[in-house]
Design a protein around this ligand. Structure first.
Ligand SMILES: NC(=O)c1ccc[n+]([C@@H]2O[C@H](COP(=O)([O-])OP(=O)(O)OC[C@H]3O[C@@H](n4cnc5c(N)ncnc54)[C@H](O)[C@@H]3O)[C@@H](O)[C@H]2O)c1
Length: 434
């Protein structure tokens, strides 16, 4: 009897999803086109920062490799034949505002070439609404010569986990799915239930409903954060603390304001609108509010650089003589993910303005010419410090220890609510926080 699952794409979703299946007893072969990544994974190495029941993802990976329930490959022929289910997690990057579906469709094509009767394909990527029942179905049918909903099953199941909480949320985050027909939906539910053991699985009437709902869930957060950025500008002008205002507002049971920060990054939120735009354009629906929210969030790095420029001018300095320490280049706190990361945009704008920039982030594996390896190295001699993402190994709590390393005249910009005014008051710092 078939029981193995093939997971296509071994990134931030595919790897922890594969390991979740494996930990629950389902054997998995994961496929990725990145040979170096596959080699690292098979050697038990990953830079993700996921944890589950006290174990880090590396330990979990090494355990599942050792017990034989998981391995990675670049060769679809090792994964698709004989599998019960194929779960696709290859994404759609946005390039200059346009979704690039080529990676996902290439993966679909490779699956289609090897698809066998009786298998189920579950698309778990975030897609342009309508793709699973449209182009993805067409490619699978054409490549396999099989009929969706008859010879093989096809379903869409959105992915809602947050990086850093993947293992726990695969288990406990409610899931929405739909199939090309009732049989496919039931087959998908049986597969997803192997991982989602502790939350309801909702079945929608149509795959497009789940596809668009996923994108709208992300857009909702993007718009909420843009709104809170505007609230922050206003509360600052009024001399009020935005974080206290948010805390008070959120005591209302039906209010959930998110937090402002250095901008919105990562793969999910900044991309979401661009998955809706092609469908909106076809139907002449303008989506004005959603576009404006995107612009507001995109402008935050420039706004931060304006704050630095303002301070530099006030002090009679010029950017060329000012060293800026950027603390955190990940797209959010305690993450290794620097995709579409506002801190990287901020660094770019600072450099364009003529500043010397040193950035420190112990969690991000990528190397950059401006990246330094030690916290002290970043802070030493800095005239300006921008806190853009917190990480383990960033000793911010002990201000007394790091303050003497920085320049005597210091501008500290806190976008992550690390400090209160009172915390920094004794340390001779010009302090500004979002
Ligand atoms: N990261 C998140 O927190 C998150 C949350 C919810 C949903 N999603 C969605 O999940 C999907 C995957 O996101 P991710 O963050 O894991 O992306 P990722 O870029 O980390 O991983 C995708 C992987 O697919 C591989 N790949 C590309 N083309 C391939 C092909 N033809 N065959 C096999 N592998 C191929 C890449 O090498 C990469 O390792 C996206 O659609 C994303 O929008 C992500």
């Amino acid at each position: 009897m078939r029981e193995r699952v093939a997971v296509i794409g071994l990134g931030y979703i595919g790897l922890p999803l594969s390991l979740s299946f494996a930990m629950k007893g389902t054997p998995v072969i994961g496929v990725d086109v990145n040979a170096q990544l596959v080699e690292q994974i098979n050697a038990g190495i990953t830079h993700h920062l996921e944890r589950y029941k006290g174990k880090g993802i590396r330990e979990i990976l090494q355990e599942q490799l050792a017990n034989g329930r998981f391995r990675a490959t670049t060769d679809y022929r090792e994964a698709i034949p004989g599998a019960l289910a194929v779960v696709i997690t290859v994404g759609i990057p946005i390039k200059n505002g346009d979704p690039d579906t080529s990676y996902l469709l290439s993966a679909v094509s490779s699956v289609g070439e090897l698809l066998e009767p009786g298998q189920i394909v579950i698309v778990r990527s975030t897609v342009i609404p309508g793709m699973t029942g449209g182009i993805i179905r067409e490619i699978l049918e054409k490549k396999s010569g099989l009929a969706a909903g008859e010879d093989f099953d096809l379903a869409y199941c959105s992915e809602r986990i947050a990086e850093g909480r993947a293992f726990e949320e695969f288990e406990s985050m409610p899931v929405a799915l739909a199939g090309i027909n009732g049989r496919s939906a039931a087959a998908a539910e049986a597969i997803i239930a192997k991982v989602t053991t502790n939350a309801p699985i909702y079945r929608a009437s149509d795959m497009a409903v789940v596809e668009i709902s996923k994108v709208m869930e992300n857009v909702q957060r993007d718009v909420n954060i843009a709104m809170v950025q505007e609230f922050a500008r206003l509360t600052e002008a009024l001399g009020l603390d935005i974080y206290e205002v948010i805390a008070v507002a959120n005591t209302h049971k039906r209010v959930n304001l998110l937090t402002p920060g250095p901008g919105v990054g990562g793969y999910c939120l900044p991309n979401a609108l661009y998955y809706l735009l092609p469908r909106a354009a076809e139907k002449n629906v303008p989506l004005d509010l959603l576009r404006l929210a995107r612009q507001i969030n995109d402008r935050v790095p420039a706004f931060l650089v304006d704050q630095v420029n303002r301070w530099v001018k006030e002090k009679g300095k010029v950017p060329q003589d000012v060293t800026v320490a950027v603390l955190g280049i990940a797209m959010k706190d305690f993450s290794s993910d620097d995709r579409i990361s506002p801190p990287l945009e901020t660094v770019k704008l600072l450099q364009q303005a003529g500043y010397r920039v040193k950035a420190f982030d112990p969690a991000v594996p990528a190397s950059y010419p401006f990246k330094v390896e030690r916290f002290e190295e970043a802070v030493r001699g800095a005239d300006v410090i921008l806190i853009l993402a917190r990480q383990e190994g960033m000793p911010l709590d002990d201000i007394a220890a790091w303050r003497p390393l920085a320049a005597p005249e210091l501008f500290l910009v806190d976008t992550r609510n690390v400090y209160k005014k009172e915390d920094v008051a004794p340390f001779n710092v010009d302090f500004w926080k979002i």
